[in-house]
Design a protein around this ligand. Structure first.
Ligand code: HEM
Ligand code: HEM
Length: 181
């Protein structure tokens, strides 16, 4: 890791465990899994919540009192945890796989794997998030937020452009595929 001490991060993470699980994999599908997420992406999101660029009432509150060092430690801890994967809805995974691996030419939707990797691990040096094993319900909520513009913390707005061209069914299908990756 670039910085951060996972052992200190683990101690700081006790307040996160109720929603994200003690090792970064929780049961409530509204709360994202953090286990194995890349350090750079975690630091960016926590800083964006703290500074109010990414808006979520719970997380804006949770990060308000964290220092930059706390954020590094927490990110190092969650990045070091082993991610879990679940099964997706088999009626939707085939369509989801097609979108993930090939995009949709007609809608100018690019293949997700170009940035999030064929196996869903993301791209750690670039800070592109791991998606593999993420709760489908959370993934759909974020795709809708990107499409509506309510999640607009990324200055490049890559996901806004992509999500706004996807159908609701494509979002649901790709989320089921991602959950099983
Ligand atoms: C999102 C970390 C505590 C609920 C996130 C994300 C991170 C994070 C990194 C973004 C994940 C991503 O983009 O994939 C933390 C840390 C915590 C903490 C380090 C402790 C200091 C909590 C608690 C709750 C919670 C206690 C529930 C009461 C949520 C929710 C989201 C989220 C609902 C999604 C927000 C959205 O839709 O934009 N958290 N979390 N978190 N967390 Fe936490
Ligand atoms: C973030 C899905 C294609 C770059 C995300 C997130 C989701 C997602 C669900 C939020 C992750 C989280 O909150 O934990 C998808 C899907 C795609 C796709 C389903 C294909 C249809 C791409 C492509 C790129 C890309 C092609 C690169 C050109 C990013 C980046 C972020 C992100 C940079 C992080 C944004 C931020 O910093 O807030 N993607 N993605 N994605 N994606 Fe994608």
């Amino acid at each position: 890791y670039a910085a951060g001490n996972p052992a200190i991060g683990q101690r700081l993470s006790t307040t996160c465990a109720a929603c994200h699980g003690a090792s970064g994999s929780g049961l409530n599908p509204q709360y994202p899994n953090l286990a194995g997420q890349n350090f750079k992406y975690l630091v960016k999101q926590l800083t964006d919540f703290k500074d109010g660029r990414r808006k979520n009432a719970i997380m804006n509150g949770m990060t308000a009192k964290l220092s930059a060092e706390d954020i590094d430690h927490l990110a190092a801890f969650f990045a070091s945890q082993t991610p879990r994967s679940a099964t997706g809805d088999q009626r939707l995974v085939k369509m989801g796989e097609a979108v993930y691996r090939g995009g949709d030419f007609g809608r100018a939707v690019p293949a997700c794997m170009a940035c999030h990797a064929p196996n869903g691990v993301g791209n750690a040096p670039a800070g592109y998030p791991r998606l593999g094993g993420q709760h489908a319900e959370y993934v759909v909520s974020q795709l809708e937020a990107f499409a509506r513009g309510t999640r607009d913390n990324d200055p490049n707005q890559m996901m806004r452009d992509i999500a706004s061209r996807m159908s609701e069914q494509q979002m649901r299908a790709v989320a089921q595929y991602i959950q099983g990756l």
